[in-house]
Design a protein around this ligand. Structure first.
Ligand SMILES: Nc1ncnc2c1ncn2[C@@H]1O[C@H](COP(=O)(O)OP(=O)(O)O)[C@@H](O)[C@H]1O
Ligand SMILES: [Mg+2]
Length: 404
């Protein structure tokens, strides 16, 4: 089953484009589910239907729903949350505050994403479209399975620590709540299974992220960053939708000529920036795109040359290659600048920091033990070379020769 997630800067038309994609797919006979994971649900408004946290049928092939993140939290880590609430209360924190504290930043989004992963295993649909939150939080979120596996590992020991760090006076009076085994079981399940399943789902060939942009400077700059960051986390982007494009007739109107020319330049810029990823054009409609009929017409225009549920195009992914002198990791980072990049090898992971994002890439055992030789940006990709001389730290770097 195909899973497509739409993201982009706030207000660019994510919900509209996601909805138009779903309606277009359903129109072509594909069993489609559209759901919104954005906490500011507006999918119902766009589809002109009242949506709930269970799928509602809007047509023979089309269902829609809005994820209720708070109740998903209960499903996925209710036991952990309840324990944390208890722990915070014990620390003398007010009930309401304790409940809020127990929601680590992004807890709702994570729960929503876990629910998406679960839904994407359903046999009822061929295509699931997700209307995500704006780029920043979506990216933080999509990179989360990685962080989750890393960060959550410390939670059990942290929780044990917290429950023992109390002032001697208090300790005399009461014992801190000790996490019970169901808490550890749920934590383990979350880390060992759900986060891994989510990670696999997101980087699978059946999943794509699509970025929605408009012909504005700030929007394009954010789209460029988003594209680089998706690539850093190996989350495949298969298309960019350029929304609100003025029709050609605008070029003949004095007032709109400037905008039309700027838009053409930016369309071109976007195409160069994202190549070989496809740019799909979404025209500016005369009125807001609301209701199934309008969405169907809008979707037909966006997907005039390709299928809404297809893998529209393929961006290059991370590659491990053998060179004559050793091994090489090739990580596409389109638009990255060398001064905002940091590379290190820590134990068996390649740590790449690009701007404010950091990813730990597990290295295959055959590479992990080799000395890091060089890291450079080459044609929009980070190329990290490892010398073949096993354990020969400080050995002279071998000449770079590709065998492939
Ligand atoms: N191509 C378009 N033509 C006309 N109106 C549009 C188009 N795309 C979006 N809109 C309108 O712009 C507003 C914001 O769109 P929305 O999809 O809610 O953005 P986002 O989900 O990114 O915040 C809505 O009123 C929507 O109807
Ligand atoms: Mg929206």
């Amino acid at each position: 089953m195909r899973l497509v997630l739409y993201t982009g800067k706030g207000g660019v038309g994510k919900t509209t484009t996601a909805a138009a994609t779903a309606v277009a797919a359903a129109d072509r006979g594909v069993r489609t589910l559209i759901l919104s994971s954005d906490m500011a649900h507006s999918l119902g408004d766009v589809m002109d239907a009242s949506l709930t946290s269970v799928p509602v049928s809007l047509g023979p092939k089309l269902d829609a729903m809005e994820i209720d993140a708070r109740s998903e939290i209960g499903n996925h880590y209710g036991t952990i949350r309840d324990y944390l609430v208890e722990l915070f209360r014990y620390q003398g924190i007010d009930d309401v505050v304790a409940e809020e504290l127990a929601l680590f930043p992004g807890a709702e989004e994570v729960a929503a994403l876990l629910a998406v992963e679960q839904l994407s295993r359903s046999d009822d649909y061929d295509f699931v479209v997700v209307d995500c939150a704006p780029t920043g939080s979506t990216l933080r979120l999509l990179s989360l399975p990685d962080m989750l596996t890393g960060a959550l590992r410390v939670v059990p020991s942290l929780a044990r620590m917290l429950s023992t760090v109390v002032s001697p006076v208090v300790q005399l009076a009461v014992r801190a709540p000790i996490p019970s085994s169901p808490v550890f079981r749920q934590l383990e399940h979350l880390i060992e299974e759900r986060a891994v399943q989510l990670r696999n789902r997101l980087s699978s060939r059946d999943t794509s992220v699509r970025i929605v942009a408009t012909p504005e400077r700030m929007v394009i700059d954010e789209a460029r960053r988003a594209f680089m960051e998706l690539s850093l986390f190996d989350l495949p982007c298969d298309a960019v939708v350029m929304n609100r494009l003025l029709p050609e007739a605008a070029a003949r109107e004095d007032f709109f000529r400037g905008s039309w020319e700027r838009q053409s330049e930016r369309r071109q810029e976007l195409e160069e920036l994202f190549a070989p990823v496809a740019v799909l054009d979404a025209p500016l409609q005369r009125d807001e795109v609301i209701g199934l009929e309008a969405l169907s017409a809008h979707g037909a225009e966006i997907f005039s040359a390709c299928e809404p549920h297809a893998l529209v195009s393929e961006a290059p992914r991370i590659r491990f290659t053998r060179t004559r002198g050793g091994h090489r990791v090739h990580l596409p980072l389109p638009g990255a600048s060398a001064d905002a990049l940091e590379v290190a090898v820590v134990e068996d992971e390649l740590i790449v920091r690009a701007g404010s994002r950091r990813r730990a890439i597990p290295l295959p055992p055959r590479i992990a033990r080799l000395p890091l030789e060089s890291a450079r940006l080459h044609k929009g990709a980070l190329v990290v070379s490892f010398s073949g001389a096993k354990g020969a730290k400080g050995a002279k770097p071998a000449a770079e020769r590709d065998s492939a």
